[in-house]
Design a protein around this ligand. Sequence first.
Ligand SMILES: N[C@@H](CCC(=O)N[C@@H](CS)C(=O)NCC(=O)O)C(=O)O
Length: 217
Amino acid sequence: MNPQTIVTFFHAPFSRSVVTRAAFEELGVPYDLVALDLAQEEQRSAEYLAINPMGKVPAIRHAGVLITEQPAILMYLADLYPERKLAPPIGDPLRGAYLRWMVFYGSCFEPAMMDHSFNRTPAPQKQCGYGDYDSVMNVIAAQLAKGPWLLGERFTIADVLWGGAINFGLMQKSLPGWPVFRDYAERVQSRPAVQRAIALDQALAEDQKLQRETLPA
Ligand SMILES: N[C@@H](CCC(=O)N[C@@H](CS)C(=O)NCC(=O)O)C(=O)O
């Protein structure tokens, strides 16, 4: 991986992709932004589907390789810029926990939250990959309670992912409003890098809105 080759970032404001934008801000590295307007269905254009056949954001492309899925993108970026020390490297005692919680997000937390928020009946506990909603919430809450960060004293890129996810879940009322979730989300969301990402997205969303309004009818 050559960090000299700039990363292209396919992004839409105020989507899951804002977490990747916050990760770039935490890393303090440049990137080429390709902004998609979801309201204009640009994610379903032939041009974008040729890049990411899932038609989703975020996605990044680096040295000709496409990376999708938030945890994979964040882990890739943290490894690309190891000098920023946002991921425990191989051999670090925190590496296992880091990998565990990054993957737990996509394989347990998000499906549990989505099933819950759409009132979908989950698969039976034994067959369901995440077990059950309450277990997922209790397990992640117990980890966060150790604080201040997901891995304890050390802030990592995992906090960018989890802070964004918990903040979103609380806003959507898809998570229990426990103080441990609220305090953690507040701790992450108030970081200057996250605030910069939100401000950048605000400006981009306004820009896209203006462009939509000036489109010929
Ligand atoms: N599994 C993906 C989910 C990405 C995703 O669902 N992105 C939404 C934005 S929040 C999207 O691109 N939606 C556009 C659409 O499906 O039309 C990840 O973790 O990155």
